[in-house]
Unconditional design. Sequence first.
Length: 118
Amino acid sequence: MESLIVIAHIIIAVAIIALVLLQQGKGADAGASFGGGASQTVFGSEGSGNFLTRSTAFLAALFFATSFSLAYFAKEKATGLADEGLPELQEVQKQVLDSETPMIDDASATDAEAPVID
């Protein structure tokens, strides 16, 4: 399931990039008003702006949905690993808890041994 969402996520990302690159900038309106032939386009006399804008918004919503679902899968995988733990880490934790000698000996560290900084 996760791999299908990753594939869909990549396809949606590429489609958003293509749609953004297809859209005209704000400066293109002035050139179109001087006989750009907008009535002969595929998308009609209003141009492709409305269609491309809505398509981009729809794909952006899908992109956010796939992003959240991938984040959910990553969280579930991370909590599963944390609960399960690594065997080596569990062994080290057991050795530390079972040892009778402390890891840091507070009695050996005195103020006389500390370096003096002037």
